[in-house]
Design a protein around this ligand. Structure first.
Ligand code: MUC
Length: 94
């Protein structure tokens, strides 16, 4: 199942700089591992915002929730999930 996900990041200004750096490093490693596995095939920065649009390819809602709630930045994010269905005009369908 494919999901479109918007993540908006709101890291508190007063977060300890070492905690911030460690969290961002863990977030990058977590994200890139899922990208290499094909679970997170697209991630795009939204111009002018500390936000991204991503596509996830997972088995079901529960797998997506597990992945998203495991993001090191999860406590500092608001997340909007949109499930995607096949479009009947998609030329890939013939
Ligand atoms: O920067 C972001 O958009 C938040 C987050 C998502 C993946 C990642 O490495 O950082």
């Amino acid at each position: 199942m494919l999901f479109h996900v918007r993540m908006d990041v709101h890291i508190p200004q007063d977060l300890d700089p070492d905690v911030r750096a460690d969290t961002l490093a863990r977030e990058k490693a977590y994200s890139q591992e899922l990208q290499r596995a094909g679970t997170w095939p697209h991630i795009w920065r939204i111009v002018g915002e500390y936000s991204n649009y991503s596509i996830f390819d997972v088995a079901d809602n529960d797998e997506l929730h597990t992945i998203l709630s495991g993001l090191p930045l999860f406590p500092y994010m608001t997340i909007k999930v949109t499930p995607l269905a096949t479009h009947p005009s998609d030329i890939a369908l013939g």
